[in-house]
Design a protein around this ligand. Structure first.
Ligand code: SF4
Length: 461
């Protein structure tokens, strides 16, 4: 019997393109899958034209994200149908929640997987899950955020029930990862040159409560602070009711904590907070913010606000506006409400007209722009550390300790500095969402002590 002859294309590993939609948590899942596939002998590629397999990592957070995920899956199916042998799989939040409907509507998909179904995915793709998942080289909790920067996902799921949010339906109850595994993974990241760890979770302040019976975020960050090479630990997604004042002061004092906290208040009218099922009040949130600011000089508190939730009156909005004026958040994002199927908010009366919600968003963003500009002006002539992300022509763009990737301000530095490295710069100009600066040293910055000096946004004036 004649042996089948393999051509060169048969011998090369299957090439997989992962298309990621949604938030940083999804980006971590995509990076985990990419690591597992590489360990299983697959090659990950950046473009569909180079791929044999496309995996769409879906998002279902809001209606627009759901529509986009379906469009991307449809495009991938068309790509598959254009050439024999191609395969398309879907994973992520949307498939976790709406898997049966998606399977019925898109039978051309070769497989649909929920959150964390790595073993089934690897088997479907043709890898041996047992040998791949036991490899010590695979990172399971982290993903690239930019040069010198990585996300560390400390938990998945959420056990709260905010009335506007469908995340608990999609991601399930809160599940913390063991502290020793996270520290081990952060050590691996540091050895690859990562300088900044971005702590992510659906909400990070409850970390540990499910497996250690107490909040363990401070303990985790203290252990991460001891890792050589890590300079900034940045906390994203604190949950106000899980962040009492004493805890906030302890958190602010973690040695390498970037002077930054993402603290999404969502609203500041107590009536709206109750309707949103946030289980806190404006006064309690203010106490927590004050406690964080008391624990550390020059901190940046970022918040997120939702306007137009059902029942929001002009008076509720004015309370929110006054709270934002009083607290003077250094960073803020404002969103308008859109109802999510299966959430308590979707059934509430008192819908707010879209135009009214947009006007409220506009007023808050104007206020925030003034606050950001005046804060930035105080930095002129200051010397600050910046993590450089990229070079564009004869300038370098990076982030200060006050800025998380993608959502906050940028620093433009004259000249080309190495990406992924921290540099000291002197601020020469300020706009609301950008600083201009010149390098202070031509060499990159080396930590000279262990007292967390890079974690100060302002070193000197
Ligand atoms: S804390 Fe609230 S907003 Fe955040 S993921 Fe949980 S339910 Fe959603």
């Amino acid at each position: 019997m004649a042996m089948k002859r393999h051509c060169a294309a048969d011998l090369r590993p299957p090439r997989v393109m992962i298309q990621t939609l949604g938030c940083a948590k999804n980006a971590v899942d995509s990076d985990t899958l990419a690591g597992l596939l590489k360990q299983g002998g697959f090659e990950c590629v950046a473009r569909e034209s180079q791929a044999d397999v496309v995996v769409v990592n879906t998002c279902g957070f809001i209606d627009d994200a759901k529509v986009e995920s379906i469009q991307v899956m449809l495009e991938a199916v068309r790509w598959k149908q254009a050439k024999h042998g191609r395969r398309v799989y879907a994973m992520g939040c949307l498939t976790q929640r709406d898997g049966p409907e998606i399977r019925a509507e898109l039978p051309e998909l070769d497989g649909i997987f929920g959150i964390g179904e790595w073993s089934s995915m690897l088997s479907a793709l043709g890898a041996n899950p047992l040998s791949v998942m036991e490899s010590p080289n695979v990172t399971m909790y982290s993903g690239k955020a930019g040069p010198g920067s990585a996300y560390l996902r400390i938990s998945d799921g959420c056990s709260h029930a905010c009335a506007f949010c469908a995340i608990p339906q999609m991601r399930g109850l809160y599940r913390s990862e063991p502290i020793e595994k996270l520290v081990q993974e952060a050590n691996l990241l540091a050895r690859t040159g990562v300088k900044e760890i971005l702590i992510i979770a659906q909400e990070s302040t409850s970390y540990g409560v499910d497996i250690y019976r107490k909040r363990m975020l401070v303990e985790l960050c203290n252990q991460l602070s001891e890792i050589d090479g890590i300079e900034w630990i940045r906390i994203l997604y604190a949950h106000p009711p899980s962040a009492p004042p004493k805890f906030m002061t302890e958190l602010a004092r973690v040695p390498k904590l970037a002077p930054y906290l993402d603290f999404p208040i969502e609203h500041a009218s107590d009536r709206m907070l109750k309707l949103m099922n946030r289980k806190t009040t404006a006064a309690k949130m203010k106490e927590s913010i004050d406690a964080f600011r008391d624990g550390r000089d020059n901190v940046c508190v970022r918040t997120t606000v939702l306007v137009g939730f059902p029942g929001e009156t002009d008076q509720d909005f004015e309370e929110l506006y006054r709270f934002m004026e009083e607290v003077q958040f250094e960073r803020a994002g404002v969103f308008t409400y859109s109802p999510q199927v299966g959430t308590a908010g979707a059934d509430l009366p008192g819908r707010v007209e879209e135009g009214v919600a947009l006007d409220r968003l506009d007023r808050l963003m104007k206020l925030q722009k003034q606050i950001c500009l005046s804060r930035h002006k105080t930095l002129i002539d200051a010397t600050i550390p910046v993590l450089i992300e990229r070079n564009v022509r004869d300038a370098s763009w990076g982030r200060s300790a006050w800025d998380a990737p993608d959502i906050d301000a940028l620093v433009r530095v004259r000249g080309t500095l190495s990406p992924g490295i921290m540099h000291l710069v002197k601020v020469t100009g300020a706009a609301a969402y950008q600083l201009d600066a010149v390098p202070v040293h031509s060499d990159n910055l080396q930590r000279s002590d262990s007292c967390g000096s890079f974690a100060l946004p302002v070193l000197s004036h």
